[in-house]
Design a protein around this ligand. Structure first.
Ligand code: XMP
Length: 269
């Protein structure tokens, strides 16, 4: 297996992938640190679809290169699910318009050079989880909230930079930590932080601040095709907000997203 670390993962996530693939699955895992290449490709790119395309392109380039070191490497397996196929407009039965190019559907080159296998392509998330339980995969892996292929790049609105990714990562870690501590992690299907591309005025001691805004997104959904915003307890939202503002440098405001899908989508980009 090849694991491409694109630098767009959450805190500790690369290490977790390595642990699971070497420990539980006991595969010969090739880890490629490609953070710099992805960051360079994203430099100055703020359009969401362009971000997805750039990430898909670099992913394939890095993957191809690493695969050359493996004799007879033949397959590229992807965890594409049915909603990815529909929303990328790749299915004849789906809506005509492309809502988002899921990087794993729309971003692949025509001449892949590998045989593509997508064993989960016809399944919804709840069905994938049932299959995971059936196959005896670790529970933590099965119940993990989904995380998009383009990663934090589509949650760092506007231009992506290493320092903005770090800000977002810190806020997201606090949000998930508080969600887990409250015992509600499994009661919402997806929760995450979004870093907005604007600054707002705040006050710290006697001084005026002009800093970033973090949005909290949490949804309840059966299949991710439609979703309702989660009615998280005010006390939990307050703990998230206070901790984020107190400990993430450069953030002076936290807002809560109360929009449902449709007409909004779950991710902001
Ligand atoms: P949206 O934002 O489309 O999200 O309502 C529905 C589900 O899909 C995930 N998502 C993606 N997954 N590549 C992925 O692999 C993508 O480009 C992508 N965009 C959204 C999203 O996190 C949610 O679970």
């Amino acid at each position: 297996c090849i694991f491409v670390d694109n630098g767009l993962l959450r805190a500790g996530e690369a290490e977790q992938v390595e642990r699971e693939f070497s420990g539980h699955f006991q595969t010969d895992l090739h880890v490629v640190d490609a953070k710099d290449r992805f960051l360079r490709a994203l430099d100055g790119v703020s359009d969401p679809q362009e971000k997805r395309k750039a990430i898909g392109r670099i992913f394939i380039e890095v993957f191809r290169k690493e695969a050359e070191s493996i004799p007879d490497a033949h397959f590229l397996a992807q965890g594409t699910l049915y909603p990815d196929v529909i929303e990328s407009g790749a299915n004849p039965d789906g809506p005509a318009a492309t809502i988002k190019f899921h990087h794993n559907v729309g971003g692949l080159p025509e001449e892949l050079g590998f045989e593509l296998i997508e064993p989960l392509r016809d399944l919804f998330k709840d069905e994938v989880r049932r299959m995971g339980l059936e196959l005896g995969l670790p529970e933590e892996l099965i119940w993990r909230h989904p995380f998009p292929g383009p990663g934090l790049a589509v949650r760092c609105l506007g231009a992506v930079s290493e320092s903005r990714l770090n800000t977002l990562r810190e806020a997201d870690t606090i949000l998930i930590d508080e969600l887990r501590k409250s015992g509600m992690y499994r009661e919402v299907q997806q929760a995450f932080a979004v870093l907005l591309p604007l600054q707002t005025v705040g006050v710290m001691g006697d001084c005026r601040t002009y800093e970033d805004v973090i949005a909290i997104r949490a949804v309840n959904t059966d299949n991710f095709m439609t979703a309702d915003w989660s009615r998280l307890p005010y006390e939990l939202l307050q703990r998230m907000s206070t901790r984020i503002i107190n400990s993430v440098r450069g953030v002076n405001r936290v807002v809560y997203d109360i929009s449902s899908k449709p007409p909004s989508t779950i991710e902001w980009e």
